[in-house]
Design a protein around this ligand. Structure first.
Ligand code: SF4
Length: 348
């Protein structure tokens, strides 16, 4: 999420396929956009005053699996129907939950902010990229905010770094990530909900196919970068049958995944209304079930969640992949280095 001090600065509009029909094309100054034509995408620059957000443990709750979160963008082009982070665009003045995938905020100065923030980080701390938006969404191909952040981290050592993404674009940085893995504990988590490409297209309309994500995982694996698969979110009644889960875990294993995480979807507003609307178009019975499950609570009933995670745990055991007991992401191992150092590299 953006720091509270981030100041929005309108930049431009792109036109992407599918949403706005014959809307006029408004070109973005600079390099050609890495997005197809035909659908409107509004870009806004944010001056990033901070890059890292400290994670606090809510009273009486378990500590999160990371110490710091880092998100180079706000909003996400991939437009997953269930995406929990849609609410965050409300803080930027957007009422329509679809704005999350149409209005993207690019944090300029992110690398410098990260360089500054690293002075507050302790040895072995875990920085998680992509906790709220995908750091390798298509704009990254042009904006390279994530790339700049990784280069800054080359000047440090002794941290745990994880990246969660649905994008095959992360393979672009495979060599750089391999270099980083010599200095930090590095892990890339590919979010894959199903290997059914058709269902994935419905759920995650502009994300790379599951096959492409797993190919990117295999590329990282070949470069010696630790990678795993997050079955997140698990969608009971849609993606959690024994056969579906087994097919996904098997494919993850074959691609070189080292471990799994799994978490059942939760639907807080406005994501709940948005997802139910999408579901009703294609899967009205499933929509009715989700509406009932979440009528009083954004989390699905405990027995539904437990059963879905149990299936993943069983499949993980069958295929020899590690997974934490309750399915939450495993906390990355502490890096080998006993020493923590950070040097300001002028050309990082
Ligand atoms: S890729 Fe992640 S951040 Fe982007 S829309 Fe999908 S769930 Fe949300």
């Amino acid at each position: 999420m953006a720091g509270r001090g981030d100041a929005p600065r309108p930049v431009a509009e792109l036109l992407l396929p599918g949403l706005e029909g014959n809307a006029p094309v408004v070109a973005v100054a600079g390099a050609p956009a890495p997005v197809p034509e035909g659908r409107r995408l509004e870009l806004t620059g944010l001056d990033a005053r901070t890059a890292l957000v400290r994670q606090k443990t809510p009273h009486g709750r378990r500590a999160p699996w990371f110490d710091w979160s880092a998100n180079p963008y706000r909003g996400c082009e991939f437009g997953c129907g269930y995406c929990y982070a849609r609410y965050s665009h409300g803080y930027l003045g957007h009422d329509d939950p679809r704005a999350f995938e149409r209005s993207i905020y690019v944090k300029s100065g992110f690398a410098q902010a990260l360089r500054d923030d690293l002075r507050r980080v302790h040895p072995g701390d875990h920085i998680a990229f992509g906790t709220a938006t995908d750091p390798y969404q298509p704009l990254e191909e042009r904006e390279r905010v994530m790339l700049g952040a990784l280069r800054v981290l080359l000047a440090a050592e002794g941290l745990s770094i994880s990246i969660t993404t649905k994008s095959a674009l992360v393979a672009r940085d495979a060599a750089l990530l391999a270099r980083l893995a010599e200095r930090h504990a590095v892990h890339v988590n590919f979010s894959v909900t199903t290997v059914d490409a058709r269902l994935a297209r419905f759920l995650e309309p502009r994300a790379p196919t599951p096959q492409k994500r797993l190919e990117a995982l295999a590329t990282l694996h070949r470069h010696g970068v630790g990678a795993g698969v997050f079955l997140m979110p698990l969608l009971p009644g849609m993606t959690d049958s024994e056969a579906d889960v087994d097919a996904l875990v098997r494919a993850a294993c074959e691609a070189g995944a080292e471990r799994l995480g799994a978490q059942v979807v939760f639907l807080r507003e406005p994501s709940r209304s948005h997802f139910l609307r999408e579901l009703r178009r294609a899967y009205p019975r499933v929509a009715a079930r989700y509406a009932w499950w979440t009528r009083t609570n954004s989390r699905l009933p405990g027995e539904v969640r437990d059963e879905a995670v149990r299936r993943v745990r069983a499949a993980a055991a069958r295929h020899g992949l590690s997974m934490s007991g309750d399915g939450t992401p495993p906390r990355p191992r502490r890096p080998q280095q006993a020493r923590f150092a950070f040097e300001v590299a002028a050309d990082a």
